[in-house]
Design a protein around this ligand. Structure first.
Ligand code: HEC
Length: 133
């Protein structure tokens, strides 16, 4: 070690670079990894119960049933799939903050993040949902 400083240094440097690239890789893939840990589909475990569906009918349905202003249609799984690839956190941010003609919170002031998760899963067809009367 003392007689040859370059070899361990080089070794350490490439090891650090390896760690760094692993860290970057891990960060950029953090959301998909978390998703695949529990399930393959985004929002698959967020169940849209009657309360959630009531809120959805009073707010999101206004645009997501008609396709108003280019809103992705409920049940159009191919269209939703293209939007889901950005990851759960990113798509949730767009719902919370608004995105183009999509208004912040989708006009649902009483909705919690959990509600939005279930609504997206419902519209994208990735979760199980039940509607009880
Ligand atoms: C006033 C009409 C309107 C209402 C109400 C509305 N949306 Fe949207 N929404 C849109 C439009 C338009 C887009 C497409 C925006 C774009 O891609 O440019 C959109 C896109 C989205 C997207 C995809 C965003 C992305 O990253 O591609 C999600 C998720 C979404 N809406 C969820 C909801 C939810 C949940 C509600 C109800 C709480 C809701 N929206 C209510 C118009 C609406």
């Amino acid at each position: 070690m003392l007689t040859n400083n370059t070899t361990p240094f080089k070794h350490n440097r490439s090891f650090l670079l390896l760690l760094l690239s692993l860290a970057i890789f891990a960060c950029s893939n953090a959301t998909p990894q978390r998703q695949t840990a529990s399930t393959a589909l985004p929002f698959a475990n967020d169940v849209a119960d009657a309360a959630v569906m009531g809120k959805w009918t009073r707010s999101c349905a206004l645009c997501h049933v008609s396709g108003n202003a280019g809103a992705p249609l409920v049940g159009d799984t191919a269209e939703w799939q293209q939007r889901l690839v950005q990851g759960e956190e990113s798509i949730l941010q767009r719902v919370l903050l608004g995105y183009n003609s999509m208004p912040p919170l989708g006009y649902c002031m009483s909705c919690e993040v959990q509600d939005f998760r279930a609504m997206i899963g419902f519209m994208a067809g990735t979760n199980q949902y039940r509607v009880r009367q």
